[in-house]
Design a protein around this ligand. Structure first.
Ligand code: HAH
Length: 326
């Protein structure tokens, strides 16, 4: 039997999101199939800087060491986001919003500390995560970043990251990246950054997909459009949920043959597309390792399991694995 990383060694890196638990429990499986890891949560601001100026690098250091000891890459996720920020970040001692200058300073301090610590060792950083609005014509989603700093918070984040590690590959990362409306906005955002000379090197396509959506046409359109920016693309958080968005059933206790078959067919077509754009697409990361654990258990529907990967709960190949490696 082949392994994922061997099979795709001439195409792209194959990554997995890890936690402090899976890094330990699943290390054999990780070493077998993957040559890149991303911390699912452990390198987000709320975990790295829970209190002002108090950094906690214990787990991220372990992940960095694990990657280096095993000849793997580590993708850094994530420096600036509207979610999973520590509570203190946007407010002063009285609970009021801080000033624009103060928030820029906090952003710079955070980025400096984190990026400098792993300088020259991180494969790529997700500098800004999910800044684009999903619906309507509004470009950027509302957030404390926009409220306090304004739209140029994104430019500053990239500039600070570049100053801290001039050789680091810097990514803008988002989901619903293949939906035409949001795709156009992401393209426009990144094009604007490039036109202003902001240091950015890649677009991260999260690829939280399912059995029915997005369509192959929309995915190809997205790969084509982002590749025209002349930057690298990474698939950063791939999973293929068994459930359509809006399906709230909780009575499916194990995947049906039909589901596994459909999922295999989808995965095969996705990887065909990835290979077609491999000149631009340099890394494909799953948002987990195997069906033993996924953030999609209980999310967005409580009491529902999901089986979004190509390795099953025991870490064995699923039909999707066979189809993408045949
Ligand atoms: C991603 N958001 C985040 O980038 C990642 O850090 C997190 O672990 C899981 C998924 C995707 C997302 C979300 O958080 C909420 C609604 C839709 C999509």
């Amino acid at each position: 039997m082949t392994t994922l990383k061997d099979h795709f060694k001439d195409n792209f890196l194959i990554g997995a999101a890890v936690s402090k638990y899976t890094l330990d429990q699943d290390q054999d499986l990780l070493k077998k199939h993957f040559n890149s890891i991303t911390a699912e949560n452990e390198m987000k601001p709320e975990q790295l800087q829970p209190k002002p100026g108090e950094f906690n690098f214990e787990i991220s250091d372990k992940m960095m060491k694990f990657a280096e000891d095993n000849g793997m890459e580590l993708r850094g996720h994530t420096l600036v986001w509207h979610n999973q920020m520590p509570e203190w970040f946007f407010t002063d001692e009285d609970g009021n919003d801080v000033s624009r200058d103060e928030l820029l300073k906090r952003m710079k301090d955070h980025i400096d500390a984190v990026v400098t610590r792993y300088k020259g060792r991180i494969h790529a950083w997700d500098v800004v995560n999910e800044a684009v609005e999903d619906r309507g014509d509004e470009m950027l989603r509302s957030s404390k970043w926009i409220d306090i700093i304004g739209e140029d918070f994104i430019d500053y984040a990239f500039k600070y990251a570049h100053e801290a590690d001039p050789d680091a590959l810097l990514f803008y990362n988002d989901y619903n990246e293949s939906h035409p409306n949001k795709r156009k906005k992401i393209y426009k955002l990144v094009k604007g950054l490039l036109d202003r000379g902001v240091p950015i090197h890649g677009v991260g396509l999260q690829a939280h997909w399912n059995l029915y959506d997005p369509s192959y046409e929309n995915i190809e359109e997205a790969l084509k459009s982002y590749s025209e920016l002349g930057l690298q693309m990474h698939v950063t958080e791939m999973d293929v949920s068994m459930f359509e968005f809006g399906d709230e059933r909780t009575d499916v206790k194990e995947p049906t043959k039909e589901m596994l078959h459909l999922q295999a067919e989808r995965y095969e077509r996705f990887f065909d597309l990835f290979r077609k754009y491999q000149e631009h697409l340099t890394s494909v990361t799953f948002w987990g390792i195997s069906d033993a654990y996924t953030w999609l258990n209980d999310f967005p529907v409580r009491g529902r399991k999901n089986w979004p990967f190509v390795l099953d709960e025991k870490g064995e190949p699923k039909p999707a694995f066979d189809r993408i490696t045949k």
